[in-house]
Design a protein around this ligand. Structure first.
Ligand code: BG6
Length: 469
């Protein structure tokens, strides 16, 4: 099939500040939750940043971004998704005045992108809550976070109103269900966190997200502000109606976030869940009105699909992107056990389209794999990453299928377009990039950048607007 992507389709790549910038304590930056999580989300938290934390240096993007942006431009990127590290702008999170040096860094980065005609797509909060807000306030459990986030959002919307058009409010907002510290800065260990506090924190984030949409539109009516959801299609393990209902309930837990962002009200199935679990969401006067500021588009990450069953004896648990579920016997998995399902991307695009009728943006997708650096024909180091090309090609073909189905897709930013530190395991050996970075889990490496085979493949995909797939 010849695939037709729409004119102006936003091709690009995605990263997050905490996974590549490094410079964790430079130019007035405060510590974030990531600076004390040396083993990623699964490991223990330290009191202060420790040297074994790969993110303190990342790939040194903070100092090398010009070289990297040039490589993105060489691939033909139309858009580059990154996040602002909140603690560069408000080091503790609760100050009244922002840190000018932090603001200047992003000014320079956005200018550099525009020099090559690359549009920034900016996440306000990508797993990097200022540590002070986590420790002193218990993160988003505390209503005060709404005000701090509002001040932060207003500051960056105002500062960059002529430089940034596309914004995302919270990365994978539904991941707070599983990783409350990383996703919501909640200091209470997750085993001790009550459902009441968890859903109150979620309410605060949903209000803050809607407030950001409101403020962003006031400051720049041309801006387009989206939510960002971790999508994970959940299939019934068998046609047994028990499994179908189990899958539906599991989907609801995630759809909840998109439903509020797109429709501006709490769905009935969540009210039932709250009733049955003794949860009472405390709403301030005005919250219901604020929630009506719905997003301009829905963005999401897509890596894996899972299955669900009503019978735990049939469950063969699989790994996943923060969430996990029952393994699908028809799918193969990556080296990290993430099940690979390109058609799941077509499915999820159709589901979101049918449900919301809003433009969709795939802002993360990719394969984490171990790469071997070899000497290329021209004597320059490279990686023959045919496995990555295969993964991305198969997924993009399914995006093409969804577009044929009539789904309105704005763009695609593959995850970790340059190698970076992984979120779940804090490894650099789990590589996603088109660009190899010479840094290793034992802290060795020159930080040199090399083009992988996939670099040239993606360049052709973009140049042909998808026809080369
Ligand atoms: C998403 C996150 O969950 O998946 C990214 O938004 C993360 O921050 C990506 O890096 C891939 O996960 P991992 O654990 O392989 O880095």
């Amino acid at each position: 099939m010849s695939i037709k992507f729409p004119e102006g389709f936003l091709w690009g790549g995605a990263v997050a500040a905490n996974q590549l910038e490094g410079a964790y304590n430079e130019d007035g930056k405060g510590w974030s939750t990531q600076d004390v999580a040396p083993q990623g989300i699964k490991g223990p938290i330290t009191e202060v940043p420790t040297e074994d934390n790969m993110k303190l240096v990342g790939i040194d993007f903070y100092h090398r971004y010009k070289e990297d942006v040039k490589l993105f431009a060489e691939m033909g990127f139309k858009v580059f998704r990154t996040s602002i590290a909140w603690s560069r702008i408000f080091p503790n999170g609760d100050e009244l005045e922002p840190n000018e040096q932090g603001l200047q860094f992003y000014d320079d980065l956005f200018d550099e992108l525009h020099k090559y005609g690359i549009e920034p797509l900016v996440t306000l909060s990508h797993y990097e809550t200022p540590l002070h807000l986590s420790k002193q306030y218990n993160g988003w459990v505390n209503r005060d976070l709404v005000g701090f986030y509002e001040r932060y959002a207003r500051t960056v919307f105002t500062r960059y109103k002529n430089k940034v058009k596309y914004w995302l409010t919270f990365n994978e907002i539904n991941s707070i269900l599983h990783e409350p510290f990383m996703s919501g800065g909640i200091y209470t260990p997750k085993e001790q966190l009550s459902k009441q506090d968890l859903y109150q924190a979620i309410h605060h984030e949903l209000v803050a997200s809607a407030l950001a949409v409101k403020i962003g539109h006031e400051i720049n009516p041309q801006s387009q502000i989206g939510c960002m959801i971790l999508s994970m299609p959940t299939y019934p393990l068998t046609p047994n109606p028990d499994d179908v209902i189990a899958a539906m309930k599991s989907e609801h837990m995630n759809y909840f976030f998109g439903d509020v962002h797109a429709r501006g009200v709490y769905p009935g199935y969540m009210k039932r869940y709250f009733r049955e679990n003794g949860i009472e969401i405390h709403m301030e006067p005005g919250d219901a009105e604020i929630l009506k500021h719905t997003v301009d588009f829905i963005s999401f990450s897509y890596y894996v699909s899972i299955c669900e069953t009503g019978d735990d004896n049939k469950r063969n648990q699989t790994e996943g992107n923060l969430f996990s579920g029952a393994a699908n016997p028809y799918l193969k998995a990556s080296e990290w056990g993430w099940q690979i399902d390109p058609q799941g991307l077509r499915y999820v695009l159709n589901m979101f389209h049918d449900r919301y009728q809003k433009p969709l943006f795939i802002v993360e997708n990719g394969l984490g794999a171990k790469d071997e650096l070899i000497t290329g024909e021209d004597g320059v180091p490279t990686v023959n990453d045919d496995y990555r090309i295969g993964y991305l090609n198969d997924h993009l073909v399914q995006v093409g299928e969804a577009i044929e189905d009539g789904v309105d897709v704005m763009g695609y930013t593959s995850w970790g377009c340059i190698d970076l530190v992984s979120a779940s395991t804090a490894q650099l050996s789990k590589r996603y990039g088109f660009i190899y970075v010479d840094r290793h889990d034992d802290n060795t490496g020159t930080l040199e950048r090399y083009r992988k085979k996939s670099f040239h493949w993606y360049k052709d995909v973009i140049a042909s607007n998808g026809e080369s797939l």
